[in-house]
Design a protein around this ligand. Structure first.
Ligand SMILES: Nc1ncnc2c1ncn2[C@@H]1O[C@H](COP(=O)(O)OP(=O)(O)OP(=O)(O)O)[C@@H](O)[C@H]1O
Ligand SMILES: [Mg+2]
Length: 279
């Protein structure tokens, strides 16, 4: 695996000569980020914007086929008021990644820069790098869009090449459990189901399906359900597979709840969401 912080350039940090980033640290990447690659305004109060902040890698939350998720602390040394935890999702750009997110999701999505488009088509190494960054930008944009619509997604702090930084959902340094791990009583689970349907309604009303919704991409934190893993959200109408993917999301969610004795019907849910996406 590539050294996550290996590209840190110590020469750019001379103005903070009295603080030396350690091996697992870098200067905050926020100051160098293009404004359009920062999260939606207003920035939540907890977002640390100081150029004097350090990013410290605290550990890996999950390694995956396409991306690894790390826990990062962004903090101004000796200033406890400027300290926050972030989840850093880093898409793989090398050969050892095996994308399961197929062309199904990308139909209807255009690559803006034609050089990037040609490189992608030729699958050159530059093209593979573009593909990884395409996914991080796709997820960043999806998070921004859904955040603006009020959906309970992690706040997208910034995207920088293949790395997406977002709000860490958890308590202290422990990530919130996935819905798949929940063993609450039936009433609690029924409440989670209602929350998930509300999330699906927000997506559908904007014309989108999550596209990979499952109990693994739903986190439960303080009784509230948050949805993650959005790079493949699909336009229900423009994507020829849109309705199939929306249907699969409904089935994945309802199957889990039915197994946990919460009454629901995937076909009814699908019909309702489909209707709301056309109105
Ligand atoms: N913002 C976050 N806050 C806390 N934990 C997170 C966050 N984002 C991701 N995680 C953790 O990392 C895991 C993987 O994240 P995500 O589903 O986005 O990546 P993935 O590479 O698509 O993984 P998978 O292939 O398992 O779906 C999540 O199940 C969750 O445990
Ligand atoms: Mg996932």
């Amino acid at each position: 695996m590539a050294e996550p912080f290996a590209s840190f350039d110590a020469s750019s940090s001379l103005s903070f000569a009295d603080v030396d980033p350690g091996d697992d640290q870098r200067w905050s990447t926020w100051p160098a980020i293009t404004p359009s690659e920062r999260g939606p305004q207003p920035w939540p109060a907890w977002v640390v914007t100081s150029a004097g902040a350090l990013d410290t890698e605290l550990g890996i939350l999950k390694t995956g086929k396409e991306a690894d998720v790390f826990l990062i602390e962004r903090a101004v040394p000796d200033d406890p008021t400027q300290r926050t935890l972030l989840a850093a999702k880093r898409y793989r750009s090398e050969e050892h990644r095996s994308f399961h997110r197929s062309a199904v999701y990308t139909e209807g999505r255009r690559v803006q820069n034609s050089r990037d488009g040609r490189a992608l088509a030729k699958k050159s190494s530059f093209g593979r790098g573009v593909a990884a960054a395409e996914w991080s930008f796709a997820e960043f944009n999806a998070l921004c869009r859904m955040w603006d619509l009020g959906a309970p997604v992690p706040y997208p702090v910034q995207v920088n090449g293949t790395e997406l930084l977002m709000e860490f959902i958890g308590t202290d340094a422990t990530a919130a459990p996935r819905l798949a791990q929940e063993r609450g009583d039936r009433r609690v689970l029924a409440d989670y189901f209602t929350q998930i349907v509300d999330i699906m309604r927000i997506f559908a009303a904007a014309g989108f399906a999550h596209g990979d919704l499952s109990p693994y991409n739903l986190l439960v934190h303080d009784g509230r359900v948050r949805v993650i893993d959005l790079p493949q959200i699909v336009d229900i109408i423009a994507n020829p597979q849109g309705l199939d993917l929306l249907h699969r999301d409904c089935v994945n969610v309802c199957d889990w709840f039915i197994r946990h004795r919460v009454e629901c019907d995937a076909e009814d849910l699908f019909a309702e969401l489909m209707a709301s996406s056309y109105t």
